[in-house]
Design a protein around this ligand. Structure first.
Ligand code: ADP
Length: 381
């Protein structure tokens, strides 16, 4: 399609040419109107001072000469103006064609890039010409490129997610398939135990799908947060009561130290409890019997920090950021066997950040316990 360029280019060319034409016509009219009078004035002055004194008797001859001179001046002026106007118009057309191209070309490049991006080529970028550096066109090109790179990242994340999900679904499906094949071939007994295992696997799949749905909602910022002031102790109590007697059942000591004097936090109560429950659930899962889990909260820098410290399996300190990545598990088979989906911490991180806090993990190393902490903004700060 050539017309968009042709139209803008022609418009710019025409607007420049009209401006030049108006200037030339004004120059022409002004010079023609003023030139002869100014010339006649100067001639009269000259005649009066010099020639008039010398040739007082020959006034008739002088008048005739003056009129000839005026006519000659008028003719030369018109000729010079016509030539100058033609030259100016020619130069103006050439220059405005060049300038119009300088403006139209980057726009054309952007048009081309938008079409490429629309066709799925997310790596497309528009070059920023040195001649346009700093102007509106360069800024437009820069923000276009920024938009293209966020689209590219979103697309990459989408592809990664699809790949990860497929990978995660494969294992439970393969297990289910294995049991069903065994049952069909008569290799596996159709006992209560077998049905219970099948039921467990199906439950695992459902939990994974639920977590994925939650993750996609949180990452797309589609969770509605009902933020209000809430006491940190209420968050801790609710999270602990959700886990019921699990700590006792596993032989773990659960200790809490949340001073009642702590200021309230400004957060969604349900989501805050969900985050802490997730960290407590992990502590429960990754701490062997006989261990201890401590839940504490303290105030610092306009926020309240919650800590969940355990004496469990810990992790290598360099992995502390990776634990929050989607599907990252230090020990895949162990986590899966313990019912983990590998996205609990990713969801917790997204929720904490959506509420204006941050979350991090620390450990002195494998087997040396770990501490997971998150902050929530202090109400009224
Ligand atoms: P999962 O469902 O596998 O527990 P999470 O996202 O909650 O997934 O945690 C990711 C990984 O972080 C876990 O697989 C485990 O390797 C590690 N992790 C989480 N909590 C703890 C903890 N309290 N102690 C040691 N490792 C932990």
């Amino acid at each position: 399609m050539r017309w968009p360029r042709a139209r803008l280019w022609t418009k710019l060319l025409l607007s420049h040419s009209v401006a030049v034409l108006v200037g030339v016509v004004t120059l022409f009219v002004a010079a023609s109107a003023l030139g002869p009078d100014l010339f006649a004035g100067r001639m009269a002055h000259l005649m009066g001072n010099g020639m008039g004194a010398m040739m007082g008797s020959a006034r008739g001859v002088t008048a005739a000469m003056e009129s000839d001179l005026n006519a000659a001046f008028q003719a030369s002026l018109t000729q010079a103006l016509v030539v100058a106007a033609l030259a100016a118009a020619l130069v103006a057309v050439v220059v405005s064609a060049f300038v119009a191209r300088q403006i139209v070309h980057p726009i054309e490049q952007m048009l081309h890039a938008t079409r490429r991006i629309a066709a799925g080529h997310y790596a497309e970028r528009v070059p920023i010409a040195a001649a346009n550096a700093g102007d509106e066109l360069a800024r437009l090109a820069e923000s276009f490129n920024e938009m293209a790179s966020s689209l590219e990242q979103a697309e990459r994340r989408r592809l990664e997610l699809v790949g990860d999900v497929a990978h995660e679904l494969r294992t439970p499906i393969a297990t289910l398939e294995g049991y069903l094949e065994g049952l069909l071939d008569g290799v596996i007994e159709p006992s209560t135990e077998t049905w219970a295992r099948l039921h467990d696997e199906a439950g695992r799949l459902r939990r994974l799908v639920d977590d994925l749905q939650e993750l996609s909602r949180v990452e797309a910022r589609q969770v509605s947060l009902a933020v209000r002031p809430i006491a940190p102790s209420a968050v801790v109590e609710a999270a602990i009561s959700r886990l019921g007697t699990s700590f006792e059942d596993k032989g773990l000591a659960l200790r809490t130290k949340v001073p009642p004097s702590l200021p309230k936090v400004l957060a969604d109560p349900d989501r805050s409890v969900q985050i802490l429950t997730n960290l407590l659930g992990n502590a429960l899962r990754y701490t062997p019997s006989g261990g201890t889990v401590d839940v504490t909260a303290e105030v610092a820098d306009g926020a309240v920090t919650f800590h969940v410290q355990d004496t469990g399996i810990g992790f290598a300190p360099e992995l502390r950021d990776r634990l929050f990545e989607r599907f990252y598990r230090v020990d895949k088979s162990r986590s899966r066997a313990l019912g983990g989906s590998g996205i609990g911490l990713t969801i917790a991180k997204a929720l904490v950040e959506a509420m204006g806090g941050r979350i991090w993990a620390e450990s002195a190393g494998p087997g040396r316990g770990s501490r997971f902490s998150f902050t929530l903004p202090r109400a009224g700060s």
